[in-house]
Write a protein that binds this ligand. Structure first.
Ligand code: ADP
Ligand code: MG
Length: 254
């Protein structure tokens, strides 16, 4: 298990500060939810974690080492990202897409090893998409694609996962299944989630981002208050405790 630490990360694009000196830590096995309104900077912050974007200042540390100093292959074996962008390669099957997750373990021109085949099969099965394996990825539904992309990340056998709204195309049951799966894997995870109730139910900590700044960071019951939600989202809510789990349960008031 690994630790992911974001240290005073600032991202500026064309003179605008999209992420403003954000620090947060996901300890080994911890699931951290990143919430905040559209445009808050969640995706931008996550991009700095998988090296798609270089921060203007600050660093992202994987087990104490700046990810910019680690070999790409090592980062890819440790950290998997589930992004909102879909692979657009024409004609790939779902299995082909999941098999991409094995690239960090393969040498150039080497055929799939038995480990690769097993990891791909297990990942397809755990997301319930084994029966889609031979279908064309570009013809799957949004929710099916999303589950295949989570399977690709699993095939990578990461110890850290960064997920950008991995549940937004999923129906209720598959949302729960996907987040439950991330939990049961025991990986360190940072997940951008829209649904505050889902975030409260599945995350150890919630970080709230607004206009690029980190407004709150703590356990769901400390962070998801009526006051904070009103301030950040501009909506009135009633927050109670879930009767069974004791987690905050948020109802939006008209
Ligand atoms: P979120 O994921 O929280 O909805 P984003 O990180 O996608 O927010 O975006 C934060 C802000 O940065 C938005 O206002 C968005 O329009 C802007 N933004 C994102 N990427 C770029 C870019 N490459 N160039 C300019 N502005 C960008
Ligand atoms: Mg986003």
């Amino acid at each position: 298990m690994s630790e992911l630490r974001i240290e005073s990360v600032t991202v500026e694009v064309a003179g605008r500060t999209l992420v403003d000196s954000v620090s947060l830590r996901a300890g080994p096995g911890e699931v951290v939810g990143l919430v905040g309104p559209n445009g808050a900077g969640k995706s931008t912050l996550l991009r700095t974690c998988y090296r798609a974007l270089r921060p203007n200042s600050g660093r992202v540390l994987l087990d104490g080492t700046d990810i910019r100093r680690l070999p790409a292959r090592q980062v890819a074996r440790t950290l998997a990202a589930v992004l909102q962008e879909m692979p657009s390669d024409f004609g790939l099957t779902a299995r082909d897409v999941v098999a991409m997750g094995r690239a960090p373990y393969r040498r150039a021109f080497q055929a799939d090893s038995r480990d690769d085949t097993e990891a791909v099969g297990a990942a397809l099965a755990s997301l319930g998409v084994a029966e889609l394996a031979d279908r064309r990825f570009d013809r799957l539904s949004g929710g099916e694609k999303q589950r295949v992309l989570i399977a690709r990340a699993l095939a990578q056998q990461p110890s850290v996962m960064v997920l950008d709204e991995p549940t937004n195309h999923l129906d209720l049951r598959h949302q729960l299944d996907a987040l439950r799966l991330v939990r049961t894997l025991g990986v360190t995870a940072v997940i951008a989630v829209h649904d505050l109730n889902l975030a409260a139910a599945f995350c150890d900590r919630i970080c709230v981002l607004d206009q690029g700044r980190l407004l709150a960071d703590g356990p769901p019951e400390a962070v998801l208050t009526e006051e904070l939600i009103a301030e950040v989202y501009g909506v009135r809510t009633e927050v109670s405790r879930h009767p069974a789990k004791g987690k905050p349960h948020i109802v939006v008031l008209p």
